[in-house]
Design a protein around this ligand. Structure first.
Ligand code: SIN
Length: 283
């Protein structure tokens, strides 16, 4: 067994083959996978028909389980969320706006793993944007300005009792748990340094970043809009097309993602875990 890494031409995103994730991996193989994940931000493993216990073990290669608020986990697997959409479902696609998972937490998750159980024949791709490349592409004056700023993150928009999911009106097969806790606000640096690579990366997103600390509302909105549009330009985005049994792991410290629809009338089911992260450090 040897870990084979095939990066995209951009260097952002890589396929990993040569491993059978149903079997426990030796430490050297785990390290090679973590190295590829650090280098490429998003890694995927085709043809891995994992059971729940396999997914839980593979999650452990990246670190301890993260905390998953506001979405009910599986009854008998408290770290696995089913990201499910039924053929007749009319509720919006879960996660279909640019975000970094749970960035409103004091210690947002380092990684998210998503394993494809049921994949529609068309649609349901996931988009990933590279916050490190987006930062590198900014001019030095803008980089300097952003490095001095902190942003306010909150889950209120989607998960508060008055938020989107509580009031969408359509039946959803996933169980969302709206809560007043979602109104909590937390400050993180606008540019964080990746703890594994030392690279600075933009750490603001459309769903959970609600303001830039210390700027007036107009300036704050304008800057957030600029950063959201800048980061999600095509040149920084990788579109991932799924196949059944594929596992993907992304690094929430560097990467934002966005689910897409286009598969009404078909079922889609993914199993998702997260890996605990650290307090984001300013670059
Ligand atoms: C998510 O945001 O975790 C869901 C991504 C997807 O279903 O493609």
């Amino acid at each position: 067994m040897s870990v084979a890494v095939s990066p995209n031409a951009s260097g952002f995103g890589a396929a990993i083959t040569g491993v059978d994730l149903k079997k426990p991996l030796p430490e050297a193989a785990q390290q090679a996978i973590r190295d590829a994940w650090f280098a490429h931000g998003v890694v995927w493993f085709p043809n891995q028909p994992l059971e729940h216990a396999d997914l839980e073990r593979v999650t452990g290669y990246f670190g301890p389980f993260g905390q998953d608020p506001f979405v009910k986990t599986m009854d008998d697997h408290s770290h696995i969320i089913e990201v499910r959409r039924q053929p007749r479902e009319r509720a919006s696609v879960f996660g279909a706006a640019w975000h970094s998972d749970w960035s409103f937490l004091p210690t947002p998750p380092a990684a998210t793993l998503l394993h494809a159980k049921i994949v529609p024949s068309t649609g349901g791709d996931t988009l990933f944007a590279d916050g490190a490349a987006a930062y590198d592409a900014l001019d030095p004056d803008m980089q300097r300005k952003l490095r001095s700023l902190r942003a306010v993150h909150s889950a209120a928009g989607p998960y508060a009792p008055e938020g989107f999911y509580a009031n969408e009106g359509e039946q959803r097969s996933m169980k969302i748990l709206p809560s007043a806790d979602a109104r909590k606000r937390h400050l993180h640096p606008v540019v964080r340094v990746h703890p594994g690579t030392g690279r600075p990366t933009l750490f603001v997103n459309r769903v959970y970043t609600v303001a830039i600390d210390g700027l007036d509302e107009r300036e704050s909105k304008a800057l957030l809009e600029f950063l959201a549009s800048h980061t999600t330009q095509e040149r920084f985005v990788y579109r991932h097309v799924w196949s059944k049994d594929m596992l993907i792991v992304w690094d929430n410290r560097r990467v934002q993602h966005c689910a897409t629809g286009g598969y009404d009338g078909q079922e889609r089911l993914m199993h998702r875990t997260t890996v605990a992260g650290e307090v984001p450090q300013a670059a």
